[in-house]
Design a protein around this ligand. Structure first.
Ligand SMILES: Cc1cc2nc3c(=O)[nH]c(=O)nc-3n(C[C@H](O)[C@H](O)[C@H](O)COP(=O)(O)O)c2cc1C
Length: 315
């Protein structure tokens, strides 16, 4: 039987399938065995309690949902006292996601969360819906470098940086995050989007813009993962449109060491464990002994790279 275990730096995971931040909670334990997951990824937490964005926060489109939740939460104190213990009832590593509008506060959050129960700090420097313009650190290399360096200096925990698919050149952002000391790159957050109601001509979401999540985005994020994985030496986690085991395989062939799953878990909370089962069967059917054999195993050495070079160069 295939060995599904993967390592993200020093973090050992039983398999490469994790939930995506914000699309999961420990309450999924009512439906699936959380001990089967590669990791447990908590909803992004901010320093102070936040109500989140005005409603409506979700709207359906032909190609998935756009959402603008706005990181509601009860703040870091509540998180440490009440939510970390809930997650620690389970064995997979706990990945805690943090966000802030300032570099200093990002560093403070990382310092405060450097406690025994937390295994990884994921800095969400890419939430497209924190404010109405969708601005975030991960749009620019300098901002990424500054904030990741500050967080790195504040914690010895493994540090993962979640990047934005909205950045013009995600490869330079990824390289800036690596240079600043990130241990892993999580690619990607959601695509900034707009839906307009034709009955009243108003934006469908209370925050106007939202992040699009859809299986349709997988080929785009897959391309980003491929491009980034070629350029950095730290692990990459692919997130975007994973709905089946073959999607995990594709992300790994492109260079990802693991994947995150949001949308599929909304549609069917048992999707995560079903995908782990299917991945195991997929590997066994093909005689793959270790799932890590798939990482970066795309066969494209003999192919022209001109299109990729053109697509990745700045204007
Ligand atoms: C309702 C909802 C809430 C989300 N909240 C967060 C969040 O708090 N932090 C974060 O980093 N990403 C958040 N995301 C983005 C997901 O983690 C993930 O990057 C995105 O949904 C793409 O993956 P998917 O195609 O598998 O859904 C959220 C996504 C959704 C749909």
């Amino acid at each position: 039987m295939v060995d599904l275990s993967v390592k993200i730096g020093d973090v050992e995971m039983a398999n490469p399938v994790t939930p995506a931040s914000g699309a999961f909670s420990w309450e999924y334990a009512d439906v699936i065995d959380l001990n089967r997951l590669g990791g447990l990824v908590a909803k992004t937490i901010c320093k102070e309690p936040r109500l989140g964005n005005p409603t409506p926060r979700m709207a359906e489109t032909e190609a998935g949902i756009i959402q603008s939740i706005g990181l509601p939460g009860k703040g870091i104190e509540y998180f440490i006292d009440h939510i970390v213990p809930e997650y620690k009832k389970f064995t997979p590593p706990l990945i805690v996601s943090v966000s802030s509008e300032s570099t200093e506060e990002f560093a403070e959050l990382a310092r405060d969360l450097s406690i025994p129960g937390v295994d990884v700090i994921e800095c969400n420097i890419s939430c497209p819906t924190r404010n109405t313009t969708g601005g975030n650190f991960a749009m620019q290399s300098e901002h990424t470098k500054e904030v990741v360096s500050a967080i790195r200096a504040a914690t010895d925990k493994p540090l993962w940086a979640k990047l934005s698919p909205n950045a013009g050149d995600i490869v330079s952002i990824a390289m800036a995050a690596e240079e600043a000391g990130a241990d892993c790159l999580v690619i990607a957050n959601t695509f900034l989007s707009l839906k307009i109601r034709t009955d009243n001509f108003r934006p469908a979401l209370g925050n106007k813009f939202g992040g699009l999540v859809s299986p349709a985005l997988k080929p785009i994020v897959l391309r980003m993962v491929y491009q980034v994985a070629k350029q950095v030496s730290i692990p990459v986690i692919g997130i975007g449109g994973v709905t089946k085991a073959e999607d995990v395989v594709e992300y790994m062939l492109a260079g990802a060491s693991a994947v995150g799953i949001g949308y599929a878990g909304f549609r069917n909370p048992t999707a995560l464990t079903a995908i782990i089962d299917d991945l195991e069967a997929w590997c066994d059917d093909r005689g793959i002994k270790k799932v890590t054999e798939l990482i970066g195993a795309i066969k494209d050495d003999d192919m022209e790279m001109d299109t990729l070079t053109a697509a990745s160069s700045g204007v």
